[in-house]
Ligand binder design. Structure first.
Ligand code: NAP
Length: 463
């Protein structure tokens, strides 16, 4: 099938998408939806499994959020779509290879690591990035072998965004509530032995600046057997915060909810203590393991533009915790050959067109979407518009691409190099297997978490 472009009849546009999370799938969807565009799309992922953070980020007690996978399956059912799982950029194929085999490349590889607190003691045992905890309980092959010690009764989570809320729920919920979900089996076993009973949720700014959404904080407050404790002093808002509440529905709902929280009248076995205007200044430990965190009380300083930031007051206290999570945001890591803005942790770009991080010059035919483009913000659906914006730039630029010669099929290169990729049909088989295993255990899905096991299951079931 050829697309008429002016008078010329040209071959289909060939697009490679690196990363099969939401932003990658939305980019494919947006290209397929464009009327009159004939396009063939190959999506690469270093894992054998598609869907990125929907599979390995969304919390197991948020199964409804995973329903979005149906939309991605629809995209994948387009005959012009191919999936190449278990193919890693920089190991199996290079950016140069992609430049030779495709007209346009879209980077959709998200933000893989997390930001550091930057305080002494952060490297002690028992201090973890939320990213690794989330990937661990979700059965990510790279994180399944991590060990978390839940023998302490008290833990602290720094950062009060939605990731912090996910971590808090998984730590505080009764394991029986998680048993029927797709949580990794080893994680559920470890959580059944957990002695964690009390969690500090620590925000550096005030309640009106909390990054969690109303639904997420209310969910923490409604976990059976958990008392959410808010210090009423944190809810004495100044004029600027009151004005903020009037203009921002989320702020208003958050503050109203926190004001409505009353101590539980029933006996509770676990507590979530919200602490605002506090920053960690030192993680303390004994014998290499965390025993507490020194936090400093902050005051809020405001700029003329309405921005606000936290400033230490010098008043400190020790939170007596044996487990610490930092949930202060994800951070992108560079991939070989992909222009990267180290400071912002994203692929350097202008409106989704990749640029050289130093000269700012455009890198022709290369694009970026999702968290790799704008940083780790927004909900899953935010990526739809973000990817569509980048696709609009790709469509503007495509006229300049010569589409006379037919580029070689990447399949030949992969075969030549002995790369054994996982197709979408092979993934579908793995998907069925996980669902069947789950059904026999009374879970929505029992994930296969070891890479070798995934690949041998695929091999064993190949037609
Ligand atoms: P986030 O929403 O950006 O929140 C980060 C939190 O860390 C903020 O409270 C921030 O405070 C704080 N922080 C940043 N640097 C800090 C530092 N140096 N010291 C102390 N605190 C610091 O990030 P996230 O929670 O990782 O979530 C990422 C995105 O995924 C968000 O858009 C989120 O909504 C989304 N998400 C959604 C869900 C859901 O819908 N259920 C679940 C998970 C994630 P400041 O505000 O002061 O910077």
């Amino acid at each position: 099938m050829h697309e008429p472009l002016g008078d010329a009849v040209v071959r289909p546009l060939r697009v490679a998408i690196v990363g099969s999370g939401p932003s990658g799938f939305y980019a494919a969807e947006s290209l397929f939806r464009h009327k009159g565009l004939h396009v063939r799309i190959d999506v690469f992922d270093r894992l054998p499994t598609p869907y990125g953070l929907v599979r390995y980020g969304v919390a197991p007690d948020h199964q409804k959020m995973k329903a979005v996978i149906r939309v991605y399956e629809q995209t994948a059912s387009n005959p012009a779509f191919r999936f190449f799982g278990n193919v890693q950029l920089g190991r199996d194929v290079s950016v140069e290879d992609l430049r030779r085999h495709y007209d346009q490349i879209v980077y959709a590889f998200g933000s893989e690591t997390d930001r550091k607190l930057g305080v002494p003691g952060e490297d002690l045992e028992g201090v973890h990035g939320a990213t690794e905890f989330v990937a661990w309980y979700n059965g990510h092959p790279d994180y399944r072998d991590l060990a978390f010690d839940f023998s302490a009764e008290r833990a602290a989570i720094f950062g009060v965004g939605n990731v912090a809320m996910d971590v808090a729920r998984v730590l505080l919920r009764s394991p029986d509530e998680l048993a029927g979900t797709d949580i990794a089996g080893y994680a559920l076993d470890a959580l059944r032995r957990s002695r964690v009973r009390e969690i500090y949720l620590v925000g550096r700014r005030g309640a009106a600046q909390a990054a969690f959404s109303p639904k997420e904080i209310e969910e923490v407050g409604s976990i059976a057997g958990v008392d959410l404790i808010v210090d009423s002093r944190d809810l004495d808002l100044d004029e600027s915060d009151v004005a903020l509440m009037e203009h921002d529905t989320n702020v208003r709902k958050n503050v109203e909810y926190l004001r409505s929280v009353a101590p539980s009248t029933e006996p509770t076995s676990r507590k979530a203590r919200l602490r605002f205007l506090a920053s960690p200044v030192e993680v303390q430990g004994e014998n290499g393991r965390v025993t507490g965190v020194k936090v400093e009380r902050n005051r809020l300083v405001r700029g003329e533009d309405g921005a606000s930031w936290a400033e230490g007051t010098g008043e400190t206290e020790i939170l007596p915790v044996g487990l610490v999570f930092r949930a202060i945001g994800y951070r992108g890591i560079p991939l070989p050959g992909v222009p990267f803005d180290e400071r912002r942790g994203i692929v350097s770009n202008r409106e989704g067109r990749v640029t050289d991080p130093v000269s700012g010059e455009l890198q022709p035919r290369e694009y970026v979407v999702g968290w790799a483009k704008r940083g780790p913000t927004g909900l899953i659906g935010t990526n739809r518009g973000c990817s569509a914006d980048t696709v609009a730039r790709m469509l503007e630029d495509r006229a300049a691409i010569s589409r006379e010669a037919e580029p070689a099929d990447i399949v030949d290169l992969l075969r030549e190099r002995g790369v054994s990729w996982v197709s979408f049909d092979a993934w579908r088989m793995l998907d069925r297997l996980e669902l069947e295993r789950g059904a026999s255990l009374g879970k929505v899905r029992d994930k296969i978490t070891a890479l070798a096991e995934m690949l041998s299951a695929i091999e064993a079931n190949r037609d």
